[in-house]
Ligand binder design. Structure first.
Ligand code: GCU
Length: 613
């Protein structure tokens, strides 16, 4: 059960009453008033809408007035008002601001958003204001009243606004700040564009006074014959009879929640068609109580390791994967709808992938649900990326908070098989403590999936050594290696290398690859050419054969993506060109090299679809 987020937000907000609310499972399927669309915005680089000239926050002053969140309208011609939302331009929500307004392309700082909406609140209902993601720090106000603060650009948060909603017109105001900070998660240095804004859906959710806040319905750890889970009610009427129905599987179960509104259950799973990439079977699951009902689409599969094998539904599987960012290159910007998400996953399917690494942060919930439908296994990750402020307790709490919200949100997705607690984090004792704590937190929250992280390696002569001690806390040995690009010479020279993996666990190579400017053709020794990238992939496959526990890979990366670190004026121009597809959607030669390899591996690991028992 997930309590940290409340605790965290309250701490951040001491001295004020916070309206923060615990995560609500499958909120998109509830009764929602969408607040997507056009929001007025004002750019505020000096935060003059938040602080007075003495840098004292207006919302912490005696009157708590004076900030832009008041959304004041000039009523008297002599009145001094230095902002006016209704005469300000608009931004589309969901959407990052960088790709919508030229002067905001590289902007890092505060932007204010305002949205008005009209509603007639019902007495027997309660209302949540829900944000699927806001990058990075959001101060949220309703009708001038502060609801709370949220940090983290990739996970959902919500506030109970029942007491603050008015009959008729209401207005929401956010101060969104994407300034990078050393103590934040991610920290200052990343290799992706620091998109700012309200990047995912916004809802006003209407719920009964007592509602089904949370549930988990999955197969028990390593037991394909048993469904295990729980249901959590929230509200006054906590002790209720709750029905769980999976009609297609002939499952009907009644449970009684306790005084805390909680009930756990186990159900024999006799007639289940197990979810797999070849058979992405999703069941309609209905959960209902006297006061609420929710329906979800859930698949059932087991995932475990045995020695160096990864077993999906008890059978050895090879994870034919690709890494991807949460970016539509054709915009370029954060995906703005289902079409963008489907395009990215369809490209992965064209590669004959059965697996995707959603790097380096939680992607859109819809992306993970689409992966369930399309039959793609998922590696999900939190942005503990490169050199984090390891000894800062707030930084750890922030990381654990994002991990908790990610697992809470996606725990019912069959496709999600791996929780990753970070990427390329440099060896040190504080780092080992930080990452080990995250790994055990993930295991405590969900013991039915594999826990991992993208680790680093070192070289001794022609030996590439993987012996990061953090692997002892993880279920897989996963690492990034850039033979043929950042080290090791040209593609043909890398064949002298072989991998020495210390641990008897399945191995996933989470990154390898090199940049190629689409359409630039030369010989295979010429950097940036498609031929160089193609040869690099071919020789990578050769050296990877030295790893007998290799059970998966997610080459870097599906499609070129924006990065402020990539400044070469001819070949990069703020693009990381390691994509197998260009920023205009053109497939590079290496795309077909990888597809051929995956066709071979598919045959090698072929599994007929499981007959119904
Ligand atoms: C790193 C990192 C990626 C980065 C890639 C690259 O390994 O994990 O985020 O984009 O290498 O250098 O292209």
């Amino acid at each position: 059960m997930y309590k940290t987020s409340i605790f965290y937000t309250l701490l951040l907000f001491s001295g004020f009453r916070s309206y923060a609310q615990e995560p609500v499972q499958n909120i998109a399927s509830r009764t929602n008033l969408s607040l997507n669309g056009k929001w007025n915005y004002m750019i505020d680089p000096y935060e003059s809408g938040y602080y007075d000239y003495r840098r004292v926050p207006f919302d912490q002053s005696k009157t708590q007035e004076g900030g832009f969140y008041d959304n004041k309208q000039q009523t008297d011609k002599s009145e001094l008002l230095e902002y006016d939302f209704d005469h300000s331009p608009t931004l589309n929500v969901p959407g990052d601001w960088n790709s919508q307004v030229e002067k905001l392309s590289l902007y890092e700082g505060s932007v204010w958003y305002k949205k008005s909406f009209t509603i007639t609140p019902k007495k027997d209902k309660q209302y949540l204001l829900y944000f699927a993601a806001v990058s990075y720090e959001a101060h949220v106000y309703l009708n001038g009243k502060k609801l709370g603060i949220h940090q983290g650009g990739f996970t959902p948060f919500q506030f109970d606004v029942t007491a603050l909603l008015k009959e008729g017109e209401n207005f929401v105001v956010l101060k969104v700040d994407n300034t990078r900070k050393k103590e934040a998660i991610p920290t200052i240095a990343t290799d992706w564009w620091n998109y700012g804004g309200i990047t995912r859906d916004v809802y006003l959710t209407e719920l009964p006074k007592t509602f089904i806040r949370d549930y988990k319905v999955q197969l028990a750890k390593g037991n394909a014959a048993q469904i295990e889970g729980y249901v959590q009610l929230k509200g006054d009427n906590k002790k209720q009879k709750v029905m769980l129905k999976i009609p297609e599987a002939g499952i009907v179960l009644a449970v009684n929640t306790d005084t805390a509104g909680f009930a756990a259950f186990t159900i024999p799973a006799k007639k289940i068609s197990y979810w797999s990439p070849e058979n992405p079977k999703l069941y309609t699951v209905q959960i209902s109580s006297a006061t609420d009902a929710v329906t979800d689409k859930i698949g059932f599969r087991t995932i475990e390791t045995r020695g160096k094998d990864i077993l999906l539904n008890g059978k050895s599987v090879f994870l034919r994967g690709i890494s991807m960012h949460d970016e539509n290159p054709l915009i370029p910007g954060r995906p703005r709808g289902t079409g963008d998400l489907k395009m990215l996953l369809s490209w992965a399917k064209e590669l004959n992938c059965n697996f995707v690494r959603l790097a380096h942060y939680p992607h859109n919930e819809e992306m993970v649900r689409l992966a369930d439908e399309m039959g793609l296994l998922v590696w999900a990750e939190i942005p503990v990326y490169w050199t984090i402020d390891w000894e800062n307790a707030d930084t750890y709490r922030n990381a654990e908070h994002q991990l908790t919200d990610l697992i809470s949100r996606d725990k019912n997705r069959a496709g999600v098989i791996i929780w990753s607690v970070g990427n390329e984090t440099p060896l040190s004792d504080p780092r080992l403590k930080f990452m080990s704590n995250l790994a055990s937190k993930a295991r405590k929250l969900d013991d039915t999936r594999l826990i991992s992280a993208a680790l680093e390696l070192h070289r001794e002569g022609n030996n590439v050594i993987v012996d990061d001690v953090l692997s002892e806390k993880l279920d897989l040995v996963s690492f990034n290696e850039y033979a043929g690009w950042y080290w090791g010479g040209t593609p043909k020279e890398i064949t002298k290398y072989s991998f020495k993996v210390k641990y008897q666990k399945p191995v996933i190579i989470t990154e390898f690859g090199g940049d190629a400017l689409a359409g630039f053709h030369a010989d295979e020794d010429t950097r940036w050419s498609e031929e160089y990238q193609e040869a690099l992939y071919k020789n990578q496959f050769k050296i990877q054969e030295s790893i007998d526990g290799l059970r998966g890979m997610t080459p870097w990366i599906l499609v070129d993506f924006k990065s402020p670190r990539r400044t070469h004026p001819i070949y990069q121009n703020f693009w990381n060109r390691k994509g197998l597809i260009s920023d205009t959607g053109k497939k590079k030669k290496a795309f077909f090299t990888l597809k051929t390899r995956y066709d071979q591996l598919e045959k090698q690991y072929a599994h007929p679809v499981q007959p119904k028992k």
